[in-house]
Ligand binder design. Sequence first.
Ligand code: ZN
Length: 206
Amino acid sequence: LDHFLGTTWRDVVNSVLSRGQKSAVYMPLLYKDWPASREEMVKVIDEKAALDPHFPRFVEYCRDKGYHLEIVSDGLDIYIQHLLARHNLKDIPYTSNRLVFEDGTARVESPFRSEFCGLCGNCKRQRVLAARKTLASCVVYIGDGISDECPAGHSDIVFAKGSLLAYCRESSIQAVPFRDFADILSLFPEVLAEWLQSISVHGSAK
Ligand SMILES: [Zn+2]
């Protein structure tokens, strides 16, 4: 966004946040009269955006263990798709907002908004609840930002950094701090084992 909009977009985001609103409000403001084409955006993504270099190893780990892995993003499909394709990870399911290019301009669509929340473009809480409903006995959530606040309180295990870690501490949500996916990989088995033990202790006490 710095590349296309300078730094003023941060003021837009901060003023929306200060009114208690979130991305459902500021995303359409940022992607209004959007100055770039899809091709220009992909070029900038190639130059500036990078996946955590340890993430592919984490994908492999989940595959080996048979853990379902999905990406929930309150960002945009264009860079998620592009970064995943670059790392041969296109088969990982994801949800996000969509950038639609039409008649030389772009607008944002948020097909995963939730009526319940109304604040997020993609309310990740919905995905956590859906995962729990269909397949997960333990939901592990990994996040770092404002849009991760909705789902954090509904997950069994939370790995957090950045503003999410601060939010978890303020809200008494238990969270494991991490820096990158190398940390996640080394902490994961132990954290999961602890969770399983806490469940069995809880279960036998009944
Ligand atoms: Zn939400």
